[in-house]
Design a protein around this ligand. Structure first.
Ligand code: 7RM
Length: 635
């Protein structure tokens, strides 16, 4: 029997060593004993980080939805798979059983097929957090179509870029969405985007807010009547383990988003196994991850990981502040949530509010608390531990990335002793390395460097859609034979890891990865702007906020500076989305540059963070005089 469920620290170390000594043997055992395969693999692993190429379970056949749904039907057909909690607390929650989920997914899959979608086609899903979102993700997987979920907070041009990059033929959306006391015109955003997407043939529209929208003839169809008429029988497409399951876009340090590609077999095995252990999920637990399915956290730990374990997973449509700041805790109490997984930015926002919002709810069902998305600061950790966990629910600080597919460094609750701000130990099968700037591995403990991974794990992204070279350059060229994460980390005296943050041009704002380049591109399109640079600076709630340094074409620009600031943010909202708006905009005469013309962001970061007393050596700059000027007028 494999150690599918790790129960104590000694067992963790023992299994960890076993998986390092013989990764193929270890993952083969996990895959064999806990999943449904139509055909077993010919080879467990083939890899070469120099190409780079990684293949797990080659030759195996499966369908992930048979693992997430069909195989549960014999013993838990009537168990709730998904609890849908609507934005409005007065609207009834929906409990979707595994039996019902099977039927809904099959119907949706048949609707996709009737609309011309075949194995390998890309389908863009731009939906709010309503059941149709999870169902359409699974429906794509059912028929072997590649889903590309775009977070429904992205703007029309961000959506268009993503649709075109992967050449999606069909878009799933809704008339609109609820967000607290606001509604958002999603269909309008899609319509604008599609002016730039000539290859989209069909738009399927779910009805959510009953708004008046226009349906384009020949292109747009209401989903409900199609689902009603569709057959509930849809045999699962048999996929190769290495066939693509989905594309999910993430920001990079250059303009274009990267479409990370995940494949069927390895992704399933790793997300399911990490889910089981990192949340210590037990048979009748109710698990809730507050992320949006538009991010990797939602893919892996709302949909695939939980369902592959036959779990009950909560899907929440709303926001933590509506109708008041007690909403999360009201939902925990209402559905008796056992595992609760959220982001540090949400914790910080809630910690600012009156404690009564937490205290008036019965949170005694909670057994495990989790965080993800960015480093958690010590105050937020203690607040979460004391006020939500009442000091008896371990906190799992889970470090991972869109690219890793699943959790890589994290405690296991009731197994790994936790320390605030430490992601602690690598998950089974994960081999981290800390590297210095010269490309040498830092051995031993009490070291700090750049975080790399030395050996493939089953859910590593296999490529960037349409650009394998960029995949190699971004992740496999900085350090020989290693996957480079883009993060810095330290390892303490006992070998615990602490993630210190990004070391590249990605800034994490409220847990969302934002590349500096696309935001700068957007600013630079403003007719009054000559050049710009953005950096992150510490923010109480968001973790980081954005600070923009902007050079105007005409130094004596006559317009009110505040009007310009508004226009710039308006433009960013249109190009990317409101999450990328700048908190501060300083108009500057120039930007500090190296002789090769590279902007010295390090200096700009220090000034933005009000930490400009020691800027290090600036004598090598092309224009050191501009630094004083920027410092003097810093916001
Ligand atoms: C899951 C997810 C990835 C980046 C990653 C880090 C940061 C995520 C933590 C964290 C410190 C954590 N995917 N990050 N989790 N930093 N501690 N527990 O967030 O692709 O959107 O972002 O997020 O910088 O590289 S992501």
């Amino acid at each position: 029997m494999s150690n599918y469920h790790i129960k104590h620290l000694e067992e963790y170390f023992q299994v960890y060593r076993k998986a390092i000594r013989n990764p193929e043997g270890f993952w083969e055992e996990i895959a064999e004993e806990h999943f449904l395969w139509r055909k077993k693999w010919d080879k467990v692993l083939e890899w070469d980080f120099t190409k780079p190429e990684v293949k797990w379970f080659q030759g195996a056949k499966l369908n992930i939805t048979e693992n997430c749904i069909d195989r549960h039907l014999t013993i838990r057909r009537d168990k709730t798979a998904i609890i849908f909690e609507p934005n409005d607390p007065n609207e009834k929650a929906q409990h979707i059983t595994y039996g019902e989920l099977h039927e809904k997914v099959c119907k949706m899959a048949n609707v996709l097929k009737e609309n011309g979608i075949k194995k390998g086609d890309r389908v863009c899903i731009y939906l709010p957090m309503i059941p149709e979102l999870a169902i359409s993700v699974l429906a794509c997987a059912r028929i072997g179509a590649i889903h590309s979920v775009v977070f429904a907070g992205f703007s029309s041009s961000a959506l268009a870029t993503r649709i075109n990059d992967s050449d999606c033929k069909l878009v799933l959306t809704s008339d609109g969405s609820y967000r607290g006391n606001k509604t958002i015109d999603l269909k309008g955003i899609v319509d604008t985007a599609l002016d730039y997407c000539p290859d989209v043939e069909t738009v399927l529209v779910a009805k959510r807010i009953n708004s008046d929208i226009t349906m384009k003839k020949g292109r747009d169809k209401w989903l409900a009547p199609l689902l009603k008429d569709a057959s509930n029988d849809c045999p699962a497409e048999i996929m190769d383990a290495e066939d693509m399951l989905f594309i999910l876009y993430t920001s990079g340090s250059t303009g274009k988003p990267k479409g990370m590609v995940h494949t069927c077999g390895g992704y399933m095995v790793f997300t399911a196994y990490t889910f089981k252990n990192i949340f210590q999920y037990k048979k009748d637990d109710v698990y809730w991850c507050t992320a949006d399915i538009g991010w990797i956290t939602g893919h892996s730990y709302i949909v695939y990981g939980p369902l592959a374990n036959g779990a009950t997973t909560v899907m929440f449509e709303g926001v933590p502040s509506y109708p008041d700041y007690g909403r999360f805790w009201e939902i925990v109490e209402k559905h008796k949530v056992n595992q609760f997984y959220t982001a540090p930015t949400a914790i910080r926002a809630l910690a600012k509010e009156n404690l009564e919002f937490v205290e008036k709810h019965d949170l005694s069902s909670l057994k495990v608390l989790g965080t993800v998305g960015e480093p958690i600061n010590e105050d937020a950790w203690h607040w979460y531990n004391y006020n939500v966990g009442k000091n008896r629910s371990p906190i799992v600080d889970t470090w991972w990335q869109t690219e890793t597919g699943g959790i890589m460094i994290s405690p296991m609750p009731y197994v790994t002793p936790t320390i605030p701000t430490f992601a602690t130990l690598p998950f089974i099968g994960v081999q981290p390395a800390l590297m210095d700037e010269n490309g040498n591995e830092l051995e031993g403990n009490q070291v700090e460097g750049r975080l790399c991974i030395k050996f493939p794990w089953p859910s590593i992204a296999r490529t960037i859609w349409g650009n394998h070279e960029r995949y190699r350059d971004t992740y496999f060229s900085a350090y020989k034979n290693m996957y480079f994460t883009g993060d810095g980390a330290s390892r303490d005296a006992v070998g615990y890891y602490r993630i210190t943050g990004r070391v590249d041009d990605v800034i994490i704002v409220s847990g969302h990865n934002l590349g500096t380049a696309p935001i700068e591109d957007s600013i630079n399109e403003h007719p009054a702007v000559a050049e710009s640079a953005i950096v992150g600076f510490p923010h109480d709630i968001k973790g980081n906020a954005l600070y923009g340094y902007v050079i105007l074409k005409e130094a004596g620009e006559v317009r009110e500076k505040d009007d310009l600031r508004k226009e710039i943010n308006q433009q960013i909202t249109e190009h990317i989305g409101p999450i990328a708006k700048l908190d501060k905009i300083q108009f500057v005469p120039g930007l500090p540059k190296t002789r090769s013309g590279k902007i010295m962001r390090r200096i700009l970061r220090k000034i933005a963070g009000k930490d400009a007393s020691d800027l290090g050596d600036i004598s090598t700059l092309l224009n050191p005089e501009v630094v004083e000027e920027i410092k003097k007028n810093a916001l």
